[in-house]
Design a protein around this ligand. Structure first.
Ligand code: USQ
Length: 386
């Protein structure tokens, strides 16, 4: 299988590239290194050291990983993007090349505008390139569980649902209710994908993924193979942040009362899920919505779990709720459906979350002095209401 991964330098992109290469698949990577620049802009850095992209590629053990081609391309540059896709004619394209931070999108008008234009135009460019080059290319688009919000009904894993209004019924797109400009950009992407599938019969997998945690996958066996790991208030996600907080000995930071429940999965399970979806595409012209997660937890449950695990490792950590900078429900119903991935073989988390947290803390501890330099980027500063 030949796969083009856009956003190959990122947390998921690099980890997925390693998985596909280790399975003997061919990978063409695309990135414009935007995340590296944007993380520097907020005064932070990846908790785990990563070299330049070329250093990372040079560090790949040749006996375990096949070769990777790479292009420094901004996906909003249609001409250059189309040139790479035309040259390689991949079987599948994975799109991670989006601005991925909710807080970043809420910082200002310009970061909101960047998020919306980069994400929506980038995805539109892939849609057009596939339509013009080869309609059979499987497009696997990274969306988010945050597209749904936290509705007071079960979240179906389907593109459409049947709705009845004033006694008349019709099929409507599964309701969405996002919580940031970033999450809304993914909703707009979904609508565009559904439309492109309808008019041109493109083959799509739209992944609704929950927050991912973890420092490693089974392929990441040495420092040279690390993927990036963010922890600052803008680019880090909740469980990854808690583990860094535990290592630094600063209080864990559930926002508000901490009842916000989300659908989580480990980095290892995320790359396993993505490989399964790539190796088992929908039929030509098919459209598939996938709720990609393995377990649900509230952010307070996770804080307690990290505190207890840290204490068993001899680290003294407390939990200190902070005023919630976001506009979101802190107590709500949450029951997303999950059937596509279990049917493909990913039935539940492959590793107990507590064990994974232990691995994360142990992986991060050697880099404590590196983390100390960035202690001031942990407290949340981006206020949704401002
Ligand atoms: N939160 C805390 N404490 C923290 C950080 C976050 O309580 O220190 C809370 C947030 O208020 C929120 C929840 O944790 O209720 C999740 O926040 P997050 O920062 O871990 O994740 P989020 O902003 O939702 O976005 C992340 C990724 C995004 C992906 C999304 C999946 O950055 O790319 O799409 O997770 S989901 O959350 O399902 O929308």
């Amino acid at each position: 299988m030949r796969t083009l991964i856009a956003g190959v330098d990122g947390y998921l992109g690099w980890a997925l590239a390693l998985r596909l290469l280790s399975k003997g698949h061919e990978v063409i990577g695309v990135d414009n290194f935007y995340t590296r620049k944007a993380v520097k802009e907020v005064g932070s850095d990846s908790a785990l050291p990563i070299g330049s992209f070329h250093q990372r590629v040079r560090g790949l053990p040749k006996d375990k990983f096949s070769k990777i081609a790479f292009y420094n391309v901004d996906v909003t540059d249609y001409k250059r993007l189309k040139k790479v896709i035309s040259k390689y004619k991949p079987d599948s394209i994975v799109d991670f090349a989006e601005q991925r931070s909710a807080p970043y999108s809420m910082r200002s008008r310009s970061t909101a505008a960047y998020t919306l234009s980069n994400n929506i135009v980038g995805t539109l460019n892939f849609i057009y390139a596939i339509k013009e080059i080869n309609k059979k290319i499987h497009f696997l688009k990274m969306g988010t569980m945050g597209e749904y919000g936290t509705p007071n009904f079960d979240i179906p894993e389907s593109t459409f649902v049947e709705a009845t209004i004033n006694g008349k019924s019709d099929r409507i797109i599964t309701p969405k209710n996002a919580g940031s400009w970033y999450h809304w950009s993914k909703v707009y992407d979904t609508d565009n994908l559904i439309f492109a599938n309808k008019v041109w019969g493109l083959t799509m997998t739209d992944i609704m993924q929950g927050p991912v945690y973890g420092t490693r996958t089974n392929d990441i066996t040495s420092e040279a193979l690390f993927t990036r790991f963010d922890f600052d208030e803008t680019w880090g996600t909740v469980l990854n942040r808690y583990c860094v907080e535990a290592v630094l000995g600063v209080p864990l930071t559930p926002y508000g009362s901490g009842g916000q429940t989300r659908a989580f999965l480990s980095l290892e399970d995320s790359v396993t899920a993505l490989s399964l979806l790539l190796e088992n595409p929908p039929p030509d012209g098919g459209y598939r919505t996938v709720n990609q997660f393995t377990e649900t937890y509230s952010v307070m449950e996770l804080a307690k779990l990290v505190r207890d695990k840290a204490s068993s490792l001899g680290l003294n950590v407390e939990i200190k709720s902070v005023d919630n900078p976001r506009v979101e429900a802190e107590k709500h119903y949450y029951n997303p459906e999950r059937k596509v991935l279990p049917a493909l073989g990913l039935k539940g988390p492959t590793k107990n979350l507590k064990d994974e947290v232990e691995i994360m803390i142990k992986d991060l501890l050697p880099y404590k002095s590196r983390l100390e330099k960035h202690k001031d980027v942990i407290a949340p500063k981006t206020n949704w209401r401002a």
